[in-house]
Design a protein around this ligand. Structure first.
Ligand code: ZN
Length: 380
């Protein structure tokens, strides 16, 4: 710990990331926060609480060979450090165990997935004009995809952006993501032209089965809802406003300041991408644009995240885009930026769901280290 503190006391370069890079594990997060420059530390203390605890066990001698094979040594499991990080603004929380966090970033099952993707070719999405219904306002065509109406709807307006390419794991660059997001927005505007109250656009991407995607063919989905935004987005808006009212600070700027100075952030164009300190599940990346900018400003950072995922063998992930309403609703959205959240949904070869009672009802249990994810994002 002393070495880390010492390193962080040194001159801060590139907004602090150069020195903070010496922190290599979420397990050291309390020390890393303590060693931050004053303004970033104050922001960290406003937003996060960190608690470290040790879980202990006694292993019978008969188990020692198995434990050593799996975890390197018996000592490694005899005393396990667990770090609990809570975001006091949003009350999102994660539990990191160094035993889990130190495992290599690697996902199996990718080859089987590629075989299954190829076998699913010649599906209705390959011929969307015949194989999918259109919305009442018609179809929106982008450079790399075309919209369809979802057959079984989540909401009054529920569309699908069918990618031109069947393979959901085909290379994804910033231009493609930008085109997809622009097409989704045009879809939202068409929905709103038909029903002015349907001003709340939500864009999502469920890539493959573990992420809730039932259709293999590459696609995003869009909904347009009425009355108020979806509860999780409205909640975040209210939490950020309450933070500003209590502290006179912008929540999103403070979150970025903390993440960036800890070495968890990367600037991509106008977007600020950060490995979440309270991820909803593995390898969550939060990408924040400038208030007033639209979501296409996040495209390069989204593409970079997807590329980092794929480089790590991640083949199944969710993405969600949080946006202010497409037209004013009388509420204060002035400081609410476009936000993308992406999360790895685990190994497709694993039958065990990544989400259990802890994640649904308590806090997220996390195996991946945000600092490694940040490195992958920076170097990807
Ligand atoms: Zn297809």
């Amino acid at each position: 710990m002393d070495r880390v503190r010492e390193a962080l006391r040194g001159p801060v370069q590139e907004g602090g990331t150069a020195t903070a890079r010496l922190i290599r594990s979420i397990i050291d997060i309390a020390d890393a926060i303590e060693a931050l420059p004053a303004d970033a530390r104050a922001a960290a203390e406003r937003i996060f609480t960190v608690a470290v605890t040790t879980g202990r066990l006694d292993a019978p001698a008969a188990m020692h060979p198995w434990i050593t094979k799996l975890f390197g040594s018996v000592e490694a499991v005899t005393a396990q450090r667990i770090v609990r990080v809570t975001n006091q603004v949003t009350l999102e929380g994660a539990l990191f165990n160094d035993l889990r966090a130190l495992r290599p970033m690697e996902v199996k099952g990718g080859d089987d997935v590629r075989t299954a993707i190829a076998a699913a070719a010649n599906d209705p999405f390959d011929r969307p004009l015949e194989g999918t219904p259109s919305d009442t306002f018609g179809r929106i065509k982008g450079e790399h995809g075309i919209t369809a109406s979802n057959v079984a709807k989540y909401d009054g307006y529920h569309g699908v952006l069918v990618f031109d390419e069947h393979d959901p794991l085909a290379p994804m660059d910033g231009a493609k993501v930008r085109d997809h997001l622009a097409t989704c927005r045009r879809w939202g505007e068409a929905a709103q032209a038909e029903d002015p109250a349907a001003r709340y656009l939500f864009v999502m991407w469920n890539c493959l089965w573990r992420a809730g995607g039932s259709i293999v063919h590459g696609h995003m989905q869009m909904t347009a809802t009425r009355g108020a935004h979806y509860p999780k987005i409205e909640l975040l808006r209210r939490q950020a406003l309450a933070y500003a009212a209590a502290d006179g600070r912008d929540y999103f700027d403070d979150l970025w300041l903390v993440s960036e100075t800890l070495g968890l952030g990367t600037v991509v164009g106008e977007a600020r991408a950060m490995a979440s300190l309270t991820p909803i599940k593995e390898r969550e990346v939060i990408i924040i644009g400038r208030p007033g900018a639209d979501e296409t400003s996040l495209a390069d950072a989204i593409a970079k995240t997807v590329q980092a995922y794929r480089a790590a063998g991640v083949v199944t992930y969710n993405m969600a885009i949080y946006l202010p309403p497409l037209s004013p609703d009388g509420e204060d959205w002035r400081r609410f930026p476009p936000i993308a959240r992406l999360v790895d949904r685990g190994d497709p070869a694993n039958k065990t769901s990544d989400i259990g009672a802890m994640e649904l009802y308590a806090a997220s249990v996390i195996s991946s280290d945000p600092f490694r994810l940040a490195d992958a994002l920076r170097n990807g």
